[in-house]
Ligand binder design. Structure first.
Ligand code: HEM
Length: 142
């Protein structure tokens, strides 16, 4: 038997999580993150503008963001299976997104990651990646 393959097939608790999805606690962790994200969007004064872009009832929006983030973080690819290519910039084209909107979105996500108890390493890695995606979504200047 190949000892390397055997070790890889039986991860021990001392090994780091394989993906950011695992590090966040799998799907249950992503659901907690998304609930916290929209709770902050609902309550932070600096997020009132982006909150107003969303429907009053956030249930379906939350469900789609959970699907998307599970896939984006390295978990199951249900978003693509159900909705096809994300084409996120196109999907956000109907909303006016500048620096203030980008920063409000990131502030909600930063607070949600704090609530989720992300380690400093995970927090830093995800905020760097979220910044890139949110910045790419900008379609107005400044
Ligand atoms: C930069 C500021 C952003 C604003 C103002 C914004 C706003 C919105 C709004 C208003 C919707 C529509 C919600 C609905 O139809 O119920 C939406 C959908 C979505 N947003 Fe954002 N968003 C931003 C950034 C991001 C980022 C950085 C991500 C991913 C990391 C993201 C992921 C998504 C996804 C996955 C959807 C649903 C797309 C679909 O219908 O399949 N958004 N966003």
């Amino acid at each position: 038997m190949n000892p390397t393959a055997s070790t890889a097939a039986t991860p021990t608790t001392s090994q780091p999580p394989a993906t950011h999805f695992d590090a966040l606690g799998g799907q249950a962790g992503v659901v907690r993150l998304v609930n916290a994200f929209y709770r902050h969007m609902d309550t932070r004064p600096d997020a009132s503008g982006i909150r107003a872009m969303h429907e009053p009832d956030l249930a379906s929006t939350k469900a789609v963001l959970v699907l998307y983030l599970c896939e984006w973080l390295g978990g199951p690819k249900d978003y693509s299976a159900q909705r096809g290519h994300p084409r996120l910039r196109m999907r956000h084209g109907g909303f006016s997104i500048g620096v203030a909107e980008r920063d409000a979105w990131l502030a909600c996500m930063r607070a949600a990651l704090d609530d989720a108890g992300a380690t400093p390493e995970l927090h830093g890695a995800l905020m760097t990646a979220f910044f890139k995606t949110a910045d790419w979504m900008r379609n107005t200047s400044p």
